[in-house]
Write a protein that binds this ligand. Structure first.
Ligand SMILES: Cc1cc2nc3c(=O)[nH]c(=O)nc-3n(C[C@H](O)[C@H](O)[C@H](O)COP(=O)(O)OP(=O)(O)OC[C@H]3O[C@@H](n4cnc5c(N)ncnc54)[C@H](O)[C@@H]3O)c2cc1C
Length: 433
């Protein structure tokens, strides 16, 4: 049995700890904050509770696999429900499209409602674009995301080395700007610039079409709670309010983690935070810049409000993303608005301009700037910003022997499913006790 110290108690740290404990290791987890969950921890005020970051996840199989491989199956602890309309886009020209998940045919029908300047329906153009990513996903899943093969086939290496960026792919595939906005949205929402995102990363659209989007009943905090409970089941030693200050190295190998209270010995360390938080790793992550979170406004509303899908994207400058959801007192509604772009008026006024007027419904409100968010999370849960095909990321292994990296900063895919896969890769790399 090896002693493993996991730094960070967000989704990546919890998933890594649960898997490694099940593999027979003696696992300790260090979390800087008083509670576990990282970006899954909700924001709470006036009896409202909002998802602080993620509200839905793609690839529910990743979450199911994590629960199965670390103890009781997910179904016994948490219900995941499918989201029928993944998001609705409303464009500047007042047209709109509602993007269904989990069905190619439903996406054809939805995009056929959009016609280009010559009156041609856009369904086929959309599914042709998305369809190109089926083979890309299969190849990368097998050799990069679910397992790291030492000598991947040439087509995988060629994909990863390709100079083609997403912005160029979208220009080639779509003459209608609105389809480019829909396909580029997940990346722009996560703080990336499409010119710097490799074309292969556009596979997110395929995952949405093929597997749909899902949300835990009770919000993301329910997922955090189920994982925190699993720490107890798997006898992971959890130290909250205990930030790791640095790695302890001997002869170039990690032998522990330093905290304000002293050193915790380790045979292996899993860093599930921004690696730049630990000086010994910082030098190896110096070229990686974090993706900046949006400006976030949580709204507690009372009375009648418009009925919205899981996500409403109001394109413009700024672009507003409204996510209804979270817990509200009787008769209330919890909404979260993510804002990217120029903010020159109050967000409620900007929403009203888009005909989503809830100005006289607000009974509670929390505004969080990108800086507030990064301080709250001790880093960005959006990971490393794309800077082209050679964007540097650590993980699952790192240049320091005995140190592994999981989480948003360790993976080139978007959001919880990829973070979950990164934890599985770390568990594979360390192996059973
Ligand atoms: C606005 C926003 C919206 C999002 N929406 C979605 C979505 O809809 N779907 C989706 O799948 N994903 C979404 N994401 C992404 C998702 O939230 C992240 O992929 C995921 O939460 C990252 O998990 P993590 O464990 O890597 O990082 P985090 O959750 O950030 O966890 C890192 C943890 O490490 C701790 N820590 C940091 N430094 C130290 C230290 N020195 N010592 C000890 N502990 C430390 C932190 O306190 C924190 O608990 C969104 C993100 C944002 C910001």
């Amino acid at each position: 049995m090896a002693r493993v110290v996991v730094v960070g108690g967000g989704f990546a740290g919890l998933a890594s700890a649960a898997r490694l404990a099940k593999l027979g290791h003696a696992v300790s987890l260090l979390e800087a904050e008083p509670t576990l969950g990282g970006a899954l921890r909700p924001v709470e005020q006036d009896n409202f509770s909002w998802d602080a970051s993620a509200s839905t996840t793609l690839l529910p199989a990743v979450v199911r696999d994590l629960f199965r491989k670390s103890g009781r199956p997910l179904e016994r602890e948490l219900e995941l429900e499918p989201v029928e309309i993944v998001r609705e886009h409303r464009f500047r020209d007042r047209t709109s499209v509602r993007l269904p998940g989990g069905s190619r045919a439903a996406q054809v029908a939805a995009f056929d409602e959009l016609t280009d300047k010559r009156g041609r329906p856009q369904g086929q153009a959309w599914v042709d674009h998305v369809g190109t990513y089926g083979a890309v996903w299969e190849a990368l899943r097998q050799h990069v995301f679910e397992a790291r093969t030492t000598a991947p086939p040439v087509e995988v290496t060629a994909l990863l080395r390709s100079r083609e960026m997403l912005h160029r792919r979208l220009r080639a595939d779509f003459s209608d700007e609105r389809l480019r906005l829909v396909a580029g949205h997940p990346f722009e929402a996560a703080g990336h610039v499409l010119r710097d995102v490799p074309a292969w990363a556009g596979l997110t659209a395929y995952l949405e079409q093929r597997f749909g989007a899902w949300r835990p009943v009770g919000g993301m905090s329910a997922l955090a709670t189920a994982l925190a409970d699993r720490m107890a089941t798997r006898k992971v030693e959890v130290h909250t309010s205990t930030p790791a200050v640095d790695l302890v190295l001997r002869n170039g190998r990690a032998v522990g983690v330093r905290t304000a209270e002293g050193e915790v010995d380790a045979d292996a360390v899993v860093v599930a935070t921004d690696p730049r938080n630990l000086p010994a790793l910082k030098v190896h992550a110096a070229r990686a810049t974090p993706a900046i979170p949006p400006f976030v406004v949580h709204l507690g509303l009372e009375g009648a409000v418009p009925d919205l899908p899981a996500e409403l994207v109001l394109h413009g400058d700024p672009t507003l993303v409204v996510r209804p959801g979270g817990r509200a007192p009787e008769g209330g509604h919890a909404w979260t608005v993510h804002v990217r772009g120029r903010i020159f008026e109050d967000i409620l006024v900007a929403l009203a301009r888009h005909k989503v007027d809830v100005r006289d419904r607000v009974v509670s409100r929390v505004d969080l700037s990108p800086r507030d968010l990064v301080e709250r999370w001790h880093g960005s849960p959006l990971g490393v910003v794309w800077r082209g095909r050679s964007t540097a990321r650590l993980g699952p292994t790192t240049p320091i022997a005995g140190v592994y990296a999981a989480g948003a900063h360790a993976v080139g895919g978007d959001g919880l499913p990829f973070v979950g896969l990164s934890a599985a890769l770390v568990a594979q790399a360390i192996g059973p006790a």
